[in-house]
Design a protein. Sequence first.
Length: 382
Amino acid sequence: MAAGVELGLVAAAEPGGGWRLRSPYFPSKVGGRPAWLGEVGLPGTAALRCGLCHQPRAFLLQLYAPLPDRPDAFHRTLFVFACRNAACYRLPGPRGPLCVFRNQLPRRNNIYPEEPPPEDPSPPGAASAPPRRLRSGAALCCVCGCPGPRSCEICRCANYCSPEHQALDWRRGHRRSCGLLSAIDESADAIPEHNEFLFPEYEILIEPEEPECPADSSVDPDDEQGAADTSKDPKEQEELRATGSADEAFQSSDEETLEAMAKHESEEDKVFQMFKEQVDAEPEQILRYCRGGEQIWVSGENIPEEKDIPNCVCGAKRIFEFQIMPQLLNHLQVDSLGESIDWGTLVVYTCADNCGEGDQYLEEFIWKQDFSASSFFTELLS
Ligand SMILES: [Zn+2]
Ligand SMILES: [Zn+2]
Ligand SMILES: [Zn+2]
Ligand SMILES: [Zn+2]
């Protein structure tokens, strides 16, 4: 079933190396605009609006994850979008500020050649800047790179996904360039690379997770197994939660309460320590990929049960495919003195059957888990 875990690390694009992050090169990348794979059934403005504040979500990352044994998924990419509003990240769980889409194409399709594109050095004519339009001619929003069916009423040269992005672009400078944008600019076929709505752009490099070297593992393997089982069993977690907090108010004895709390906290520490060990082996990991494998949790709290993960529209179950780690936050320039965009881990589940008809973009499921308060303090004290 699942092969080993693969880790994603970020790499700054080399100057002039932006072409590697565009659609013909099937990139895995963070930030900037999406490098769309298929050109039909792209998620529209409504699907991309935040479930909480209803503002357009920004493109967070995409992962090129073909399935070698599936001719219909010779090319396959997962796209994650995230709201830019920090207040939308207060609650854990599904929906809300995040969403994920899956798209796939067979090897023979009407967009990309059957043979892989030439690699370094930069092939002549490879576009470095993100495109203004899809090859089909459909316009993309010049702010966010998502489908842009609206255009500026005055010049008709600038396209937008939403009134919000039209207003943002007007303030950023379209006010001055509107009307001056000529057919020449339009034919340049590229748009300014960056704006404050977009997350910074990086390439994601994928490498296998090094198997743990037995020599420097001080942990008794049996012990570790026990801890792993704990993190996997949501029912047990549920019981722990119940003994740890829900019943507190009804405990007659303070001592019992304290004991229960201590037990809850030590279980909590165990889950968090497991997480830390996995991360310490490669502290730069921003994502972990293992389709059909196991996620690692940052906390014993707020782990979804099977019923919390909805089946795919085709009726099949969804399975774990990858998770985004908190390390990614360090690369997003989202730190601020007040509230900022935050998560412990974001876990993506996709259709076990990898269904797909007509090359559409299909929405999959993403779950946000936060650090628990106790693991946060453990970390501070360690
Ligand atoms: Zn929001
Ligand atoms: Zn937009
Ligand atoms: Zn205009
Ligand atoms: Zn499905």
